[in-house]
Design a protein around this ligand. Structure first.
Ligand SMILES: *Cc1c(COP(=O)(O)O)cnc(C)c1O
Length: 366
């Protein structure tokens, strides 16, 4: 017995419909399903999203796109990180849409497309203030003009990424303005850019801007990028992480628990031992800080979290037996432990929690 993750696929459909209510039904949606759909499982999540009528899917890498195609997903698939020359063949073989931000790659794509007698759709990636990938926004127009001259590739639109959507309204709006200016000037230069996307979850839901296409990740999985959004839409967490108690014992007062004795009992203490640890994505930082749910109640993690074992104090819980279900992430009775809560206690972000727990444990789809 170890731990397992439960994925509520109906919650994905629910979250998508909540997002659509806010952004308007006429907007196109490109859910981001990189990192094994944030730990929820690439193919099952893609299948639900396809059924729910999304317009695109976005992943980081070419190999993720190939996996989707091999599973029979026929939606347009965007490769957010772009490609190296050695990956170009796969784009054609599997009909993947790259983002492009280097002229050399654009030229290679153009040559290959002409050789094959095909036209490859691409998105041009612009850096409007993330300082990561993309053509710097001041050079965007001249870059777009160069690309436009190349035969065999078709610019579907431009794309960019927000750096501080949750924390800095002014800078985010500056990024929007830079982005829109490029679309407008390009238009005036005779370049029609129809399918432009810049907004992640926070960008799409926190700002009144009406984007033709949005690129949500986190909110698809039912996690809020900021608590203020709880007033705007009602998301349902898709992932739960559960295990069962393998051992229950009483320890007298004054006894050290686990490596380093970072916890010492101060009373007769009933301890439950759980068969999971940091190997399963239970962050070590939750030692003596985190909580889990047992019998619908919160109980504290005591002592240092081990590789495959974790101790919790269940002195207050009656009627609990070996084999009882324990919730580390998710709901039990009226209580819920969210990815945001775990992230705050572990000193990380909810994305990290989902990826680590989701990818480190067997998944059950419910
Ligand atoms: C991961 C990612 C997203 C999704 O962001 P969320 O905050 O999860 O909504 C969108 N665009 C790009 C380029 C990304 O890398």
């Amino acid at each position: 017995m170890s731990g397992w993750v439960e994925i509520d696929l109906a919650a994905i459909a629910h979250n998508l419909s909540e997002i659509r209510k806010v952004i308007g039904r006429e907007r196109k949606i490109m859910p981001v399903i990189k990192a094994d759909a944030y730990g929820h499982g690439l193919i099952p999540v893609a299948q639900v999203l396809a059924r729910e009528g999304v317009d695109f899917l976005a992943v980081s890498y070419v190999h993720e796109g190939v996996e989707l195609r091999r599973a029979g997903i026929d939606l347009p698939i965007v490769i957010l990180l772009g490609v190296l020359p050695c990956e170009i063949e796969a784009l054609f073989n599997y009909q993947l849409i790259p983002v492009v931000y280097r002229l050399e790659v654009a030229r290679n794509l153009s040559q290959e497309a002409q050789k094959k007698g095909e036209v490859l759709p691409i998105f041009v990636k612009i850096d409007t203030g993330m300082g990561r990938l993309g053509v710097y926004y001041k050079e965007a127009i001249s870059f777009l003009k160069e690309i436009k001259r190349l035969k065999g590739i078709k610019i579907e639109g431009i794309t960019s990424h927000l750096a501080v959507a949750e924390t800095d309204r002014e800078f985010t709006q500056r990024q929007f303005r830079r982005f829109e200016d490029i679309v407008r000037v390009a238009q005036a230069e005779g370049l029609v850019l129809k399918c432009n996307h810049i907004a992640n979850s926070a960008g799409a839901l926190m700002y009144a801007q009406k984007f033709p296409v949005i690129r949500p990740g986190l909110t698809i999985y039912g996690v809020y990028p900021t608590t203020s959004l709880k007033r705007k839409l009602n998301l349902k967490a898709v992932m739960s992480f559960k295990t069962r108690i393998v051992y229950i014992r009483w320890l007298p007062s004054g006894v050290g628990v686990s490596y380093g004795h970072t916890f010492v009992t101060s009373r007769d203490t009933k301890v439950a031992v759980l068969p999971i640890g940091y190997d399963q994505g239970l962050f070590r930082q939750l030692s003596n800080r985190g909580e889990v749910l047992i019998c619908g109640k919160r109980v504290p993690i005591i002592g240092t979290i081990c590789m495959h074992l974790t101790m919790v104090d269940i002195t207050e819980i009656e009627d609990v037996t070996i084999g009882d279900e324990v919730v580390i992430l998710g709901r039990q009775g009226k209580e819920e432990i969210t990815a945001e809560e775990v992230a705050a206690k572990a000193g990380t972000i909810s994305y990290d929690v989902l990826c680590r727990i989701g990818r480190g444990n067997p998944r059950i789809y419910v």
